[in-house]
Ligand binder design. Structure first.
Ligand SMILES: [Ca+2]
Length: 383
């Protein structure tokens, strides 16, 4: 309760305790990341006054998120193309939910669905569901790896036990094995294998999928704002530079480039005619580089990060350096650094720090926009 007055304000984050998450998911078990119904069951509201005669009714047929797209294609009469502009398309997984709009008791047309989430697995089929929590890992244990063979599967007869209250794995061992075997088939079919359970590393790899072996990232101002962190240059754990050239009169201030917010991130900014690079490690530990008073005219500025490995083996860390017109003006060791995510809601911005501020040196200002002329910022992976 010591933070009661902060709750809901700009210095808090929309996340609540696991106990409340579990309570909020009643009558289902568990919460996000799990594939028990507490993690995957969601309400869906569909409104289409001209197309649905039923009003204010509830449907209980089993469906999956893949069915939303298929339904929109169906009701708008939009064909699904197997090929588009010469590119063969992946097949459509979902099915239309239109049949249920005016038929409360029609059987579902989506009778089976596999799930895999950070190693947690489930198969729904014809009113039954097999489900396992991998290594009994809870969502707050983010980098656990464990063998999959020893996972304990549960079995629920969803048609009679929608809240997954009665595990009947012992009574129906053959049913459980049938569903597990079907999960395996669908997993191969949907590129789930190889299973990989290190959540932290799995999320960290998202950026590799986006960018491949690309090394140079150029962002122009204005315009390069509110870019999702995961779509920003993949600098975590990698040697890199951030460079720009500014025309300075001595009066400029504000953020040149920032990524993240008060829970973590990096920011390059000018304040009181000095250049700063701040790295925020989990809202409390800041690594800070600071230049002397900046010269006037065209000034080349560069942040250089050299990845050497962190304090903890296998985790990132290294040395940061600040350069003005090619001369090193400051350096700092950065032994504890983020592996994969600064924040779930913050962004990469050029010329401003949108959302919450990365640095506590400009906390009271309004996103601290850069007041001078800013052409572009270039991020280069240098390893
Ligand atoms: Ca921010």
């Amino acid at each position: 309760m010591s933070h009661y007055d902060d709750w809901g304000g700009p210095n808090t984050y929309p996340h609540f305790h696991a106990g409340w998450a579990m309570a909020g998911n009643t009558p289902f078990k568990y919460f996000k990341q799990q594939v028990h119904n507490g993690g995957i069951a969601d309400a869906l509201v569909i409104s289409w006054p001209k197309g649905i005669k039923s009003k204010g009714e509830v449907r209980n047929q089993y469906h999956h998120i893949t069915d939303v797209g298929a339904t929109i294609l169906d009701v708008t009469g939009t064909p699904f193309y197997d090929e588009l502009d010469g590119h063969k398309q992946m097949s459509l997984d979902g099915v239309s939910m239109r049949y249920s709009f005016d038929k409360n008791d029609a059987p579902t047309n989506h009778p089976e669905q596999y799930y895999e989430l950070f190693g947690n697995r489930a198969l729904y089929k014809d009113g039954w569901k097999a489900v396992t929590i991998h290594a009994n890992r809870m969502p707050w244990n983010v980098n656990v790896t464990a063998p999959f063979e020893t996972d304990i599967w549960e079995l629920y007869h969803i048609d009679r036990d929608f809240s997954e209250s009665h595990n009947v794995a012992d009574q129906y061992p053959e049913k459980l094995e049938e569903l597990k075997a079907r999960w395996d088939e669908l997993a191969w079919h949907n590129n789930v294998y190889p299973l990989f359970d290190d959540m932290l590393m799995r999320i960290a790899k998202q950026q590799d999928r986006l960018f491949g072996d690309r090394k140079v990232f150029t962002y122009y101002s204005p315009g390069a704002v509110r870019i999702a962190e995961k779509a920003s240059p993949p600098v975590k754990g990698r040697s890199h530079t951030i460079e720009t050239t500014l025309n300075l009169t001595g009066k400029e201030e504000g953020v040149i480039v920032a990524c993240g917010g008060f829970t973590g991130g990096y920011t390059l900014f000018i304040k009181n005619n000095k250049l700063y690079y701040d790295y925020n490690y989990y809202h409390g530990l800041y690594y800070r580089l600071e230049s002397p008073q900046l010269p006037k005219g065209n000034v080349d500025i560069k942040f250089n990060f050299i990845e050497t490995g962190g304090k903890t083996k296998g985790l990132p860390g290294g040395k940061g350096e600040l350069y003005i017109n090619g001369s090193k003006v400051d350096e700092v060791l950065m032994p504890d650094m983020h592996v994969s995510t600064f924040s779930l809601s913050e962004t990469f911005d050029v010329g401003i720090d949108a959302g919450t501020p990365v640095s506590n040196k400009y906390r009271i200002t309004n996103h601290y926009p850069y007041t001078g002329e800013l052409d572009k910022v270039v991020v280069t992976l240098t390893e």
